[in-house]
Design a protein around this ligand. Sequence first.
Ligand SMILES: [Zn+2]
Length: 342
Amino acid sequence: MITLQNPLDMHIHLREGEILKSVLAFSAKYFSACLAMPNLKIPLTDTNKVLNYKKEIQSLANSLNCDDFTPIMSMYINESLTKDELIKAKKAGIKILKLYPKGATTGSENGVEEILDQKTLEIFEIAENFDFILSIHGETNGFSLDREFEFGEIFKQIAINFPKLKIIMEHLSDRRSIDLLHKYNNLFATITLHHITMSLDDVLGKGLNPHHFCKPILKTPKDRNALLELALSGDEKVSFGSDSAPHLQSNKLKQNGAAGIFSAPILLPKLCEIFEKYNKLDNLQKFISDNAMKIYDLKNIPNKKITLIKETSRIQDSIKIDNDCIIPFLANEELSWKIKEN
Ligand SMILES: [Zn+2]
């Protein structure tokens, strides 16, 4: 048995409308807070849009009897973001800015074309002065397996030029990013469940598996192992961010399948299984909560304890939505840990 204090998921796609209704419970019941990503169909590029989305999540969480769940909000950076808007956001309690390079992933069409051009640098400067946290999907448009590595130079430039700005390297996938993370004091990272458990072979080694297709793409076993080791170590620069990203099965199976793995239903039990396997259960609390509390300076999060027990359960095969469904990560497989329901 293990009890986790205030589990946090610092990177999640909760979506909107029907999908939000179908997936929120997995997060709201078992996590204290989640950092909700702003790449909705209409991206959350200003304060009002972010606050409306927060209300939508909160009222739904309340209807699930999860009033102790805190959605942490982020705002989508685009080139037209002004200083006034940033100040308004800050006053409204929004402290995370999310940067998507244009075209890097789902919902990044409105992202930034040139990361280091004058306009974006001005936004970074304001972000630094007003204590925002800059969260970045760090990939270039280069060769798939090198996209994160190539983006390293941009991380480096931002880290050097804005030394007081906290920068989050989202969903690390490449072992070459780890050196960079440790080289600059103001770089931090999130790590997903899928990047520490799978490699590219799980996407295309035994026929194409669209449910394992995500961005950044899964990489080599060496990358997976290095990231697993980093997560298991409880390194204080690293927080857990599932990047759980539900897509309707119909969209997954289209010709240019949607990128994203829906891991929300299994996160805590699966993490227990992994940390136990490597004899590192003692470090799970840091990875799942303590590190993020410090990095994101989280306060006023209602106290929540989640207990897990060693008991086998089977992961559901799908979540129905109208005539469609969402397939969870590791659907139909067994888990050796289970959340103890109150
Ligand atoms: Zn994401």
